[in-house]
Design a protein around this ligand. Structure first.
Ligand code: ZN
Length: 131
């Protein structure tokens, strides 16, 4: 396949995968208990308060929280799961692009390898030294 076709195909594949992960978000959802505003509420008077969901997220390096309407919690849980999948998809893109570039170069050189470094000997424990 020509480079332009390969890139268009990769772009389409990425768009297809990303779209299938809608809705997606980053953050964390946790269950909390909060007091209500009803005067003389027995639950609040007992100190039980009311269950609620809280979404925590980071915006421009600052941590924020918002109360989540109870009916929206299932959709947000699904979006958080999709957010993690989308992140995994993005992490996989680097190695994929490098492998495809190597294969394209190999094909262009008629199968001859060059002196480009490979992952041989690289593991999670042995990283290249920082220079
Ligand atoms: Zn209450």
């Amino acid at each position: 396949m020509k480079k332009k076709n390969r890139e268009a195909a990769a772009q389409e594949e990425f768009a297809r995968q990303a779209l299938s992960l809608w809705p997606a978000l980053k953050g964390s959802l946790r269950r909390v208990r909060k007091p209500c505003i009803r005067p003389g509420c027995p639950a609040c008077a007992r100190g039980d308060k009311h269950p609620a969901w809280l979404l925590s997220f980071t915006r421009q390096g600052k941590r924020h929280c918002m109360y989540v309407p109870i009916g929206l919690a299932p959709q947000l849980r699904r979006a958080l799961k999709n957010g993690r999948r989308l992140e995994q998809l993005l992490y996989a893109m680097g190695p994929k692009m490098i492998r495809e570039h190597r294969q394209a170069r190999l094909a262009a050189n008629g199968g001859k390898t060059n002196a480009a470094p490979t992952n041989a000997g690289l593991s999670k424990k042995k990283r290249p030294p920082k220079s």
